[in-house]
Design a protein around this ligand. Structure first.
Ligand code: AMP
Ligand code: MG
Length: 494
């Protein structure tokens, strides 16, 4: 074992700002990563590295490998674990906190200030019963899904790389440890606000909220109204848009606890998530979610419930309860409007019109009845804008019902001023992905990686980075899932 913890700090040329660390000791515990033996690269993201201003040969550096595995300090970093609380599965869970994620700090990059976090970097004060580690399997899933979501235009935390180690980690079976380097402007969650509210620490609550407003929502201080209520409204709007985007690609998050909700409206904490194969509105992707609280069709309401918790946490900063309720109210119209707009775009509807929601709903009901593959159905409809119905029709058992829906859709399209089927098809192909991170695709890449072959992770990364493109050699990634895909069980264990 060669752990280089005593080496001088590694300087990557970044300027560090560390604004979260500047908030003070009430918000975190200074915590260094716990070294991992014999680290190796599992996956790297050259595009994101470039965005962060790293040189193209950065991955050749053994020092970088050590630093991003937690074995070596980065000059300028102030590693810490932050404290938060939260509601889990609808129940107040009390204090949680970064149990295995260590925030290295915040760096200035060409893309603006970014925080770097090592997930799986060892025990913290908030690890509770956990071991502070993440396994290779879930780290690969998080790495790939972050990029998949980003390329789909869905706000998300990102992942720069995954490193692995032979160190055993016990889950249902013995697995091995890995570390994901996550990147986001901020990892602050609804649960951070709930924490200080629940403990009656109003000054810290105000300090945290002021920081978030100043750094990320400066508009909330302009114009009239309580800035904290305006923040709640702005977060609600971003969350509505994010969840509408999830619904429009058939994405199930799996663990929408309030500690897994980003104050920036980013998709965060990839655990038992799934891009649906066969469409089932009541689909539950998390094997541990017995009651189906986080089923696909419940996500929009759960997001609202979570925003309500955030509102409750921010109450001490508002004049009265009504201010919070008023700030939450727009979600109820913003979400359906965002969903109809996104689903309409998937069907090539240029301008929203009355009746669009029903048209979309009609299709979704047919898809649900026949368990039609979500991604393939919309992709085939891209080719059908000009009236060629056969390939989409083949997916449905109830052909007559499909025909009736198809005729309604065609009539709606043809009534569009200047309707051009070729242009419409092209526009639809820009919003309906050909390739999403289906469970079985991740599983194949994971099983190879567990044998030491990381090529499939790399191939998937490249494909997911251009999900709308039709490229040779990727037909297997765009195909129907194999039968065994239904047997994959993904739980909270990660
Ligand atoms: P999650 O629902 O996966 O976001 O995790 C909920 C809480 O459990 C968070 O506070 C995590 O930091 C913590 N946690 C999850 N897995 C571990 C682990 N292996 N070791 C320590 N803490 C963990
Ligand atoms: Mg979490």
């Amino acid at each position: 074992m060669n752990l280089a913890v005593d080496s001088p700090a590694l300087d990557l040329g970044w300027t560090w700002r560390n604004r979260f660390a500047d908030l003070g000791p009430a918000f975190f515990t200074p915590t260094s990563p716990t070294p991992l033996p014999e680290p190796h690269w599992v996956a790297t993201h050259p595009g994101l590295a470039r965005e962060l201003g790293l040189p193209p040969d950065a991955w050749a550096s053994k020092d970088l490998l050590e630093a991003l595995s937690g074995n070596r300090t980065l000059a300028g970093s102030r590693p810490l674990a932050s404290v938060y609380s939260g509601h889990q599965f609808g129940v107040w869970a009390g204090q949680l906190g970064d149990g295995r994620a260590i925030l290295l700090g915040e760096v200035d990059t060409p893309a603006g200030p970014m925080e770097l976090q090592l997930k799986g970097a060892g025990l913290t004060r908030y690890s509770r019963m956990g071991d502070g580690r993440a396994v290779l399997r879930s780290s690969i899933r998080e790495f790939l899904c972050s990029e998949a979501m980003h390329a789909l235009g869905i706000p998300t935390t990102r992942a720069l790389c995954v490193t692995g180690s032979p160190q055993p980690v016990i889950r249902e079976t013995v697995e091995t440890a890995a570390v994901v380097t996550r990147v986001a402007p901020s990892f602050i969650r609804f649960g951070h606000f709930e924490h200080f509210a629940a403990n009656g620490q109003t000054e810290q609550l105000r300090q945290l909220t002021d920081f978030v407003i100043d750094a990320f929502y400066p508009d909330c201080r302009e114009g009239v109204g309580n800035p904290y209520a305006r923040l709640l409204e702005a977060v609600s709007a971003r969350t509505a848009e994010m969840v509408a985007q999830w619904q429009a690609v058939g994405f199930c998050h799996g663990v929408m606890n309030t500690d897994n909700m980003s104050i920036l409206g980013l998709t965060i904490d990839y655990g038992p998530f799934q891009f649906m194969d066969a469409f089932n509105p009541a689909h539950i992707c998390n094997h541990s979610d017995n009651g189906g609280r986080y089923a696909y069709h419940r996500q929009p309401n759960v997001a609202y419930w979570n925003l309500f918790c955030l509102g409750q946490a921010l109450l001490p900063l508002m004049d009265d309860q009504q201010q919070a309720l008023d700030a939450l109210e727009p979600y109820k119209t913003l979400f359906p409007a965002a969903l109809t707009r996104r689903m309409g775009a998937k069907l090539g509807l240029a301008e929203p019109q009355p009746g669009d929601a029903e048209l979309v709903d009609g299709l979704m009901q047919l898809m649900a009845k026949d368990g039609v593959d979500f991604t393939i159905a919309f992709r085939r409809l891209c080719d059908a804008a000009g009236g060629e119905r056969e390939s989409a029709r083949d997916l449905f058992l109830q052909r007559e019902a499909f025909d009736a829906w198809f005729d309604r859709w065609q009539a709606r399209l043809q009534a569009q001023t200047g309707f051009d089927p070729v242009e419409t098809s092209a526009a639809m192909r820009r919003v309906n992905p050909r390739i999403v991170l289906r469970n079985h695709l991740g599983q194949i890449a994971i099983e190879r990686a567990q044998q030491g072959d990381f090529s499939e992770v790399d191939r998937l990364l490249k494909a997911l980075a251009a999900p709308f493109d039709e490229r040779a050699g990727e037909d297997d990634l765009a195909a129907f899932p194999p039968d065994w895909a239904q047997q994959i069980e993904i739980s909270c264990s990660s």
